[in-house]
Ligand binder design. Structure first.
Ligand code: ADP
Ligand code: ZN
Length: 740
């Protein structure tokens, strides 16, 4: 007699259904099956439209709302040590929701490339630290005349050190470690991420100390601070002081800064100050593999300090204890493509979630943040003095060019200043406001100008390359021999781009050594290092450049700044143009007189009475901000209104606007509109043509954020539905837009 011990029946196979986030432009999650319940946040490989792709488990044990026979299995499950934690998933859920963006796409945008692929990851191991062994301690150190070896040895005899740290002392640290290890003089162990920080620090001045103390009283609580400090007031030292305390508590720090400020100089400063702290650098120029490893190290709490640009705001940080957003007003914290997020705002959200303080720092805060500080939502901390006791703020002079003849853009007083400063051995900077102003070609006979055939931008003249280039879609054209309109062969350059200014300066001061700094000449980290070396070696008399020169840099000897074409921004239709111009000019002014030299700034303008220039003259940010906020309030503009833009682009402006009009009509017909939300448009965008497409937009504005988001959801549903009729029109939603 025998029993059939194995009974197979359909009922015994219970599959668990999961919602998976995929990189698909649809506002939905996808259902896949697995025999076991998978933890939320697990990365998996699945098949989607015949391709094997990566997905992230968003929910398990769901009730499928489609035919279960059609649900495909999860192919592979990756074990990443649970890095995509619940708090990380909450951040992404919020982000997708707030920016009205497909969750799966938001999730993938927040992951480094290595984690977006349907591949297993090798998890990083903790970095090694080295120290003299007992045997090493008993041994003779290298002779003092080998001072670098000796420094290495002395360091190893103190506390454990990482290879990175040792390399600062001796470039061949690795070889010596190996050699000494073979002798048995060195012991190694894995480094705990939060070790004591090292020396190299300033003692804070009273203002700095006050600011730091104030923040330190709020550790482990959600408290937003706006640190308003004039350039050179030592904001960075305040950040460092608080960071040190947070790291000592065994917590992690997220330090966000604009791309352009992530200079080797700054990294070196951080590395010296926090030599003992495991640091992960995350920005778009980091190689993909390294970025993935750094992301993982942060997520596994192996890196205590994460420094990065806007995308670093999505780094999982299990022990987050402090966020710093340096130069918080910088427009580069807003991403203007795909997932249009504002990293500063998400950083605030994260600080609230983690219940930790956040410091927004700037010499010229965004009006949004300034307004919040005025409303007591942010705690305002002020640094009014420059940190170097001998450094003073520069003197600002306005040159009214309405009655002055210009020679290639330069007025006589400005030329004299440059000549005099050169004769006295000073270093000068000629700053060009590139926005809305660029060297262009025009026909001196008929006045024809060259617009980009694909965009509404004017083509910019690149004299060296003998090309016209579009600075929006990068369309390039050889400089034409004659005017296409009238055949005239005398085409001249207008505007004052960096190259023309350089030529003019050469004529004015043939002996001066002039260095031009712009995007073309500084695309690599290496370029900046060279520029600094040249400046430090006193090989530069005049720097010429654009926005790139305004931020974060410290050019000790600089004592004269000349701004030749500031007015362009004042003609812009963008309501934020004055705010940007003011911030930029304050930054530029802040570049000079940082050490012991008194700085002077000369600004040419046809509107010296404009509040931007008046506030610049007294260097009173608050004057400017309060005046500008009044204007904004009168005009019902942010921060007094919440704003979103709905954009459509198509081959023609009419098509682009048609989709927006059609949706608006449906919303009206179905009485889905609320009085709490005002609608403006559709209008063409300021940059109406981009890469062969016409772009229209409609603005939704409201005092009530919730009402605005509800309206956006209604728009979104209709856009998805109506787009079927107009498949060639694309649309997007931009919440809190910066681009107009
Ligand atoms: P900010 O970021 O506010 O523009 P930094 O933090 O870069 O200013 O500081 C400007 C300069 O002043 C730097 O060279 C810095 O080393 C120096 N500095 C900052 N704090 C102090 C201090 N307490 N004592 C002396 N020098 C300081
Ligand atoms: Zn173009």
């Amino acid at each position: 007699m025998g029993y059939n011990l194995c009974i197979y029946s359909d009922e015994t196979i219970v599959l668990i259904y999961h919602h998976i986030a995929l990189n698909v432009p649809l506002y939905t999650l996808f259902t896949y099956a697995h025999p076991k319940a998978l933890a939320e946040g697990t990365r998996v490989a699945i098949r989607f439209r015949g391709k094997r792709v990566c997905g992230v488990v968003w929910q398990s044990h769901i009730q499928p709302d489609i035919d279960v026979a059609k649900i495909q299995p999860i192919e592979t499950v990756f074990d990443d040590g649970g890095i995509l934690s619940a708090s990380w998933r909450q951040l992404l859920t919020f982000t997708a929701h707030y920016y009205h963006y497909p969750l799966g796409q938001a999730v993938m945008a927040a992951l480094p490339r290595g984690l977006r692929e349907a591949k297993a990851m090798t998890l990083p191991s903790l970095p090694l630290a080295y120290q003299l062994s007992a045997q090493g301690q008993a041994h003779e150190p290298p002779a003092t005349r080998f001072y670098k070896q000796r420094a290495l040895w002395d360091r190893l005899s103190q506390t454990a050190a990482t290879l990175d740290e040792l390399r600062i002392l001796h470039p061949q640290a690795r070889q010596y470690l190996q050699k000494w290890q073979q002798q048995g003089w060195i012991s190694q162990h894995t480094l705990e991420p939060h070790a004591a920080p090292t020396l190299a620090r300033h003692s804070l001045n009273p203002e700095q100390q006050l600011a730091s103390n104030c923040i330190q009283q709020h550790l482990n609580q959600f408290t937003p601070f706006l640190l308003h400090g004039i350039t050179g007031s030592g904001k960075t030292e305040v950040y460092f002081d608080v960071m040190e305390k947070v790291l000592q508590q065994g917590q992690q720090v997220l330090f966000l800064l604009p791309e352009i400020n992530l200079t080797p100089q700054l990294l070196q400063r951080v590395q010296q100050r926090f030599a003992h702290t495991t640091t992960a650098v995350l920005h778009s120029q980091t190689a993909a593999g390294e970025r993935t490893q750094n992301y993982l190290r942060a997520a596994l709490n192996q890196a205590a300090l994460v420094i990065g640009t806007r995308l670093a705001v999505f780094t999982p940080l299990p022990r987050l204890g402090l966020i710093v957003v340096d130069e918080e007003h910088d427009p580069s914290f807003k991403q203007d493509s795909e997932l249009r997020y504002q990293a500063r705002d998400l950083a605030i959200w994260r600080a609230r979630q983690a219940q930790c303080p956040i410091i927004l720092g700037s010499a010229t805060p965004s009006l949004e943040s300034w307004h919040k500080a005025q409303q007591q939502q942010y705690q305002l901390l002020t640094l009014q003095q420059r940190a170097h006791t001998r450094a003073r703020l520069p003197d600002i002079h306005l040159v009214d060019t309405r009655r002055l003849p210009l020679d290639n853009g330069f007025s006589e007083p400005i030329k004299q200043q440059l000549q005099a400063n050169f004769a006295a051995g000073g270093m000068s900077m000629v700053y060009l406001n590139r926005r809305g102003f660029a060297p262009a070609l025009f026909c001196s006979a008929c006045g024809h100008t060259f617009g980009c055939p694909h965009c509404s931008a004017k083509m910019v003249l690149h004299q060296r390359a003998a090309q016209l280039r579009c600075h929006h879609c990068d369309y390039r054209l050889a400089v034409p021999a004659a005017c296409p309109e009238c055949g005239n062969q005398d085409l001249s350059a207008v505007g004052h781009g960096t190259q023309r200014v350089e030529e003019t300066l050469h004529q004015l001061l043939p002996q001066a050594r002039i260095l031009r700094v712009d995007r073309d000449s500084t695309s690599h980290k290496q370029d900046w290092i060279q520029i600094y070396q040249q400046i430090e070696a006193q090989q530069v008399d005049i720097l010429v450049g654009t926005q790139m020169l305004a931020k974060g840099h410290d050019f000790g000897r600089l004592n004269l700044v000349v701004v030749v074409n500031a007015d362009g921004s004042l003609y812009s239709a963008d309501f934020r143009a004055p705010e940007r111009l003011f911030a930029e000019l304050m930054q530029v002014a802040g570049r000079c007189g940082r050490a012991e030299h008194q700085g002077h700034v000369w600004v040419q303008t046809m509107q010296p009475e404009n509040p931007v220039f008046q506030a610049l003259k007294t260097q009173h940010y608050a004057d400017f901000a309060n005046h500008e906020l009044q204007q904004r309030q009168l005009m019902h503009m942010p921060p007094f209104q919440h704003m979103a833009a709905i954009r459509a682009d198509a081959r023609t402006m009419a098509q682009a606007q048609q989709l927006l009009r059609a949706v608006q009509q449906q919303i009206d017909e179905h009485q889905q509109h609320t009085d709490q939300v005002s609608i403006f448009g559709p209008v063409p965008m300021l940059m109406a043509r981009l890469a062969g497409h016409e772009r229209a937009q409609i603005f939704l504005e409201s005092h009530d954020r919730r009402a605005l988001h509800q309206a956006l959801s209604v728009w979104q549903s209709w856009l998805i539905y109506m787009q079927n009729d107009q498949p060639h029109t694309r649309w997007l939603i931009d919440v809190d837009p910066l681009e107009m």
